[in-house]
Structure formats: C-alpha cells, structure tokens
Ligand binder design. Sequence first.
Ligand code: CO
Length: 294
Amino acid sequence: MDEREKYIEAGRIASTALHYGESLVKIGGSLLEVTDKIEQKILDMNGEFAFPPQISLNEIAAHYCAHPDDGIEFKEGDLVKIDVGVMIDGYIGDNALTVDLGDNEKLVKASRVALNNAIKLVEPGATLSEIGRTIHDTIVKFGYAPVRNLSGHGLSQYVFHDKPSIPNFDTGDKTKLRRGQVIAIEPFASTGSGVIFESSPANIYSVIGQKPMRNPITRDVLKEISKYKNMPFTTRWLTRKFHPGKVNFALRELEHYRIITSFPPLPDSGNGLVSQAEHTMIVDDDPIVTTKNG
Ligand code: CO
C-alpha cells in the first residue's frame, strides 16, 4: 500500500468502527461496553488506534473516554458523540458522529450539514476563512452556536493534530488548502455558549518527552506507554496490565515531570448540549473523503 492507500484503509476502518458503535448505542446500554466493542472491531480489522475511542455525552463536546470501572449507562434524552481514530502505519482516519437518544434531531443535523457544506468547498486554493465561515453560518442558521475554540486539523504520519487548524468560524485566515493535504473537518453545534473549557479528571494522555525515571513502577508504565509513540492512550489500556493504583501513581509522576500530557473532557461553558460531525479527507479537486464509507 502506498501512503494514499493507507489513508484510505485507515479511513475505511475508522468509519466501519464508528458506524458499528452507532448501532450499539441504546438507552440502558453501557458506555464502557460500547467503547470496548469499538476497540475490538478496530483490532479485528487490523487497524491501530490513532487515539482511544471516545464517547462524550450531552454538554461534553469531546475527550470523554471510558474509565476502567466506568458505570455510565445511556439514558433517554442523551446526546452521544462518538469519535474514532484509526491508523495504518501511522496514516490516520479520524471521524465522529452524534447519536440522538432524545429529541435533538435538529441539533444533530446542524453539525452534519455544516460538515457537508464545508466539504463542498474543499479544493486546492480554498481558504480556511471561507470554510470556517460556512460552518459558522450553517450552524447559526439552524439556531445554534458553533464551538469556536475547537477546530478541525491537518493529519500526517503519526501526527493526529497537525497544521493547519480548520476553524469552525471565520478567523480571517487566508491560508489555502493544498492538493494532497490530509485534513479532518469537525464542526460542533451547541445550544449553549459555543465555548468549551477543560474539565477534569482526564484519562487520555500522550507522551511528549523523555526523561530517565527512578521509580520502578513509573519506569514499567513508561516502558508500556512508549509503545504508543506520541499517540494518545487511555488509563483503561494500562489497568489491563498494571494495578490501577500503580497506573495512577505513575501517570501522576509522569505528568508532573512533563513526560506526558493529558486531554481532559471538554464541556460547553454554558452547559449547552453539543453535537459533532467529522470526516477525514484528502484535498483534491473532488476531495477524497476517506471516512465516508465503512
Ligand atoms: Co479530529
């Protein structure tokens, strides 16, 4: 497989796993169980995790990942965002959708239509400014606020958030898309403020540095997480191998020494409900949306 084929294969697996996850979300179902099944699906298709699958509810726009002993069950009225990233040899497919367990169909549609309108503009030479404006205008027309401090992003080998940042409103950025560039566009629509903040606790991390560690527990955990290179991982993957108390101790120490960084859950500051839609694409005259068909 060449680079492009790897992007397409990663996108195919990411999309298949995402839609499989969508089919499993039911009132009374377990968030942890759906997460585990999405992970298994990715492994069964010989994909690698670009990041742990995330299922974020209601006012949380992104970055909620099931805890090792997660007890959350889906309930009536929940707005469920699923975000799945897969890689083949480091080439990433990143996609997300929203499942409505209440009566928020219009809110779900707002982010999806914004994504589709943005994709229509994607071609070499299109500016980030016009893509952001279209996303903003579409979501506002539905009566909601786009989330301004979350954005789409470029993708490259083993880099899950590369340049450029693809805004969800018009930032005035006249940077042009280039042919062959790989990008993810991800509009979020909110009934609240459209501004998210970093909440706690986080259980997604990635390695950002290397330093020799003295404590044997921390060293064992560091050795394990180094397998993920600089890609995000989650505590649940570690508690399968180490005692949860050791994992917590090691992660706290590694974060203190800035060897890892965390990605906390991101709720809307106005406590609004948030929907999301996301696709990955290769920029061309007609963009190749790698996550279109599972
Ligand atoms: Co993304």
